[in-house]
Unconditional design. Structure first.
Length: 169
């Protein structure tokens, strides 16, 4: 009978390898290549500073446009109201501007100076246009009232003339 001890004694001093090394079950991770650091130029710094600076005016544009359009839409939906009923108060306006500026900063939404200028012009003149429409409507109503008053005064004069004529007879 041959057991492990007999095999060892028979092969003592010999370099015998009767097995192969199994492959490792753990794969070696690929080396991570470190990216080269970006070079930041003065133009990059200037652009970033400009984008931060433009957030507040951009928020002003958004709030101004909203404050112009939303009251007009509400006046169309709710009859016999005025846009002034829905306009923002100064503290509400400031709160919304700050909220929009924070949102734009968080979402990294950058508006170029050209678009900020166009938006500012549209907001300013758009609100003036809405005021012109409201004023035109009020002027038209005032003119209609004047015409009605003139017609009533004419009728009153005719009635007075008729009463005087009937008193003379």
């Amino acid at each position: 009978m041959k057991d492990d001890a007999d095999i060892w004694m028979a092969t003592m001093g010999q370099d015998i390898q009767d097995f192969t090394v199994p492959p490792s079950p753990i794969e070696e991770p690929e080396p991570i290549e470190e990216p080269e650091p970006e070079t930041i130029t003065n133009a990059d710094v200037r652009n970033h500073a400009n984008s931060i600076t433009l957030r507040k005016p951009t928020a002003e544009i958004i709030v101004g446009t909203t404050d112009m359009l939303l009251p007009a839409i509400l006046c169309l939906l709710i009859k016999h109201t005025d846009t002034g009923d829905y306009k923002l108060q100064p503290d509400e306006h400031e709160t919304l501007v700050n909220a929009w500026a924070n949102y734009l900063g968080e979402k990294s939404i950058d508006l170029s100076p050209g678009w900020a200028l166009i938006g500012s012009i549209a907001t300013i003149y758009g609100s003036k246009l809405m005021m012109a429409f409201a004023t035109r409507k009020e002027r038209h109503e005032l003119e209609e009232m004047r015409k009605q008053r003139a017609e009533m005064e004419r009728q009153i004069e005719e009635l007075k003339a008729m009463v005087e004529k009937s008193n003379e007879q």
